[in-house]
Design a protein around this ligand. Structure first.
Ligand code: GLP
Length: 252
């Protein structure tokens, strides 16, 4: 695992966007695994700038998103479908048919998980998988558990996640209670994994994920076993790692 430090969110977003852009330049028809949440928004803004400057094109890029709330409609402004269009897809030259997100409108969980696994399989997994991290260590929506899920699954969100995500909804009662998420096995199959985290509230969980025991109770800890996992974090998110295992942090 490589941990790249950034002094703040703006620098984090630029460094992480450079890594994603390098992937697109190296392989214009690459498969990008994409993430939602507030952490990658700055990175998406940087990618849009690179597209506008003519440095990168998404015309051949294919995407697979990590997750989607179950029981949410695509036009709901809190759906991850809406988020991706709003924060990236509508600003670049990506073809809509090349983008993939679990269908939160499909009530048949078994069918939806099988469909999404087939999509991931048909692409041979992601070339680079972008991740944020939940306060409980979840990646995608893989919540703490007694095992790591391999494939796409329908998950009950923990109270901690519901509370964390309530800030985006009119009220906590509006937060969906379930989600479809790509499994940890599919995430681990990506050739590169790129996790972004910022802010003091993520410092403990970044330490546990990067330096603690590998356990499904901290789903992100599985990334310690990935041959090419890169964490790009700001100084605040790295404050506990810097104190307890500073040798993990590389300058970049
Ligand atoms: C949600 C998403 C995750 C994301 C997490 C953290 O639960 N499903 O993919 O990593 O939120 O979000 P934020 O980046 O806003 O802290």
């Amino acid at each position: 695992m490589k941990i790249i430090r950034a002094k703040d969110y703006a620098e984090l977003s630029k460094k992480a966007a450079n890594i994603m852009a390098a992937q697109i330049i190296n392989k214009p028809d690459c498969v990008l695994g994409l993430a939602t949440g507030s952490s990658p928004i700055g990175l998406y803004k940087e990618l849009i700038k690179k597209y506008e400057n003519g440095d990168i094109s998404f015309s051949k890029v294919r995407t697979i998103n990590l997750d989607e709330y179950r029981g949410i409609t695509k036009d709901n402004d809190q759906s991850y479908y809406y988020f991706m269009n709003d924060n990236l897809f509508s600003h670049v030259d990506i073809k809509a048919e090349n983008t993939n997100i679990p269908n939160g409108e499909n009530p048949d969980a078994e069918a939806e998980c099988a469909r999404y696994d087939a999509v991931i399989e048909s692409f041979g997994g992601a070339d680079i998988q972008l991740l944020g991290i939940g306060h409980d260590g979840h990646i995608g929506f893989n919540e703490p558990s007694d095992h790591f899920e391999k494939g796409t699954n329908c998950i009950d969100l923990t109270q901690m996640t519901i509370e964390a995500n309530a800030r985006f909804f009119a009220s906590i009662d509006d937060v969906p209670k379930q989600a479809y998420t790509m499994g940890c096995g599919s995430i681990m199959k990506a050739k590169t994994v790129l996790l972004v985290a910022n802010g003091k509230a993520k410092a403990d969980i970044i330490y546990k994920a990067a330096c603690g025991e590998v356990t499904p109770q901290i789903p992100a800890s599985i990334l310690q076993m990935h041959p090419n996992a890169i964490f790009v974090c700001d100084d605040e998110a790295l404050s506990v790692v810097a104190e307890k295992c500073p040798e993990m942090i590389s300058e970049f």
